[in-house]
Ligand binder design. Structure first.
Ligand code: PEP
Ligand code: MN
Length: 357
């Protein structure tokens, strides 16, 4: 199981090095920390920039961890490589934009050529260049679009080679994200798995959950679905983190969660397909119930309106119209009329009950 862990952002030297020290002591080999942070709003902490690359290089020298950070431009790539940072990730907002992805891929391809050329004969062993390999992690795009994600991964593979790219599933921005900050949409990941079976796949439960308490169950799901690894946010003082405070784990909690995880099993394609499909069903059920709950909320507001205007709760004509509309559509989808009526009656009965409350 690949484990990448570290703070959302490198905030200062002490916080970066102390987090790296504690995580290295727990066996974490790859240390993540954002240097440039893509924030929704201005006037929030946007990372400290180049200076933090020096702290990441120090973390490597002091504790033997492999540092990793996010790049969102060709300039970021060049700066990272100058500090010897060779594990880079493309964030969800960047994966969404093929222009940016291609610019990063071009910068990586140029740098890969430069570093081989600059090794000359000194760095050659048995004819192979010995420059540390590049590893590029591609987070899923914001929208649940497997083709967009796959396209970004393929651009990276062309630049640095197939074995050097991994996908990171961090969830999607959708209308219903349920308890999560970003909805898993397992079916999108399954589509990617099918079209790129060679690809290593990691789960980022921190950005998916958005809340500490949901991280452990998501790690278990990653194991059930045979993910190859996890990318987790961990901070020495999570409560006071300058970004993503609610989802970062202390190094002690991270260690406890990792130690309690079952071992990753190799599964065959058929059992993996079933596991993904079951996850998808669970997710759809969650969404259906959230929508029903929202519908009940609106229904209650209508109840208040009716009360204020001295109207009856049951408006038979309106309900008949709703059922007729649904019947026309549902029959085209292969539902029987009995099923449609049973579901509509149950929803309507619950709505009337709430309007009377
Ligand atoms: C991050 O990993 O810190 C990050 C910003 O992630 P994402 O692109 O998944 O939002
Ligand atoms: Mn973050």
């Amino acid at each position: 199981m690949i484990v990448i862990a570290g703070p959302c952002a490198a905030e200062n030297r002490q916080q970066t090095l102390e987090t790296a020290r504690l995580l290295a002591a727990s066996g974490v080999r790859v240390f993540r920390a954002g240097v440039w942070k893509p924030r929704s709003r201005p006037d929030t902490f946007e990372g400290v920039g180049e200076e933090a690359l020096r702290w990441l290089a120090e973390a490597r020298d002091l504790y033997g961890v492999e540092p990793a950070t996010e790049v969102a431009s060709a300039e970021h790539v060049k700066l990272c490589l100058r500090y010897g940072i060779r594990t880079l990730w493309i964030g969800a907002r960047t994966t969404t934009n093929p222009f940016l992805v291609q610019q990063i891929a071009d910068a990586l391809a140029d740098c890969a050529i430069d570093s081989v050329a600059s090794l000359g004969t000194v760095g050659m062993m048995g004819g192979l260049p010995t420059a540390a390999p590049l590893t590029i992690l591609v987070k899923n795009p914001l929208s649940p679009d497997a083709a967009l994600w796959e396209g970004a991964i393929r651009r990276m593979e062309k630049a640095v080679g197939e074995g050097h790219v991994m996908a990171v599933h961090r969830g999607f921005t959708t209308a219903e994200t349920g308890d999560y900050r970003n909805a898993p949409n397992w079916s999108v990941v399954y589509a990617l798995r099918r079209s790129m079976p060679h690809l290593k796949l990691l789960l980022d439960p921190s950005h998916m959950a958005g809340r500490r308490e949901l991280i452990e169950p998501l790690c278990r799901q990653a194991i059930e679905l045979s993910y190859d690894g996890l990318m987790l946010e961990s901070h020495v003082d999570p409560e006071h983190a300058l970004s993503d405070a609610g989802q970062q784990l202390s190094p002690t909690d991270l260690r406890r969660i990792l130690a309690a995880l079952p071992k990753r099993r190799e599964t065959n394609d058929a059992s993996q397909e079933l596991a993904f499909l079951r996850h998808e069903i669970d997710e759809l059920d969650d969404t259906i119930w959230q929508l029903i709950a929202r519908r009940m909320e609106v229904s209650r507001e209508i109840g208040d309106y009716k009360r204020r205007h001295h109207m009856q709760v049951l408006q038979q004509e309106r309900f008949d119209q709703l059922v007729a509309r649904r019947l026309r559509w549902a029959e085209e989808q292969g539902f029987t009329a009995e099923t449609v009526r049973a579901i509509m009656d149950a929803i309507h009965e619950e709505s009337c009950r709430r309007q009377k409350d």
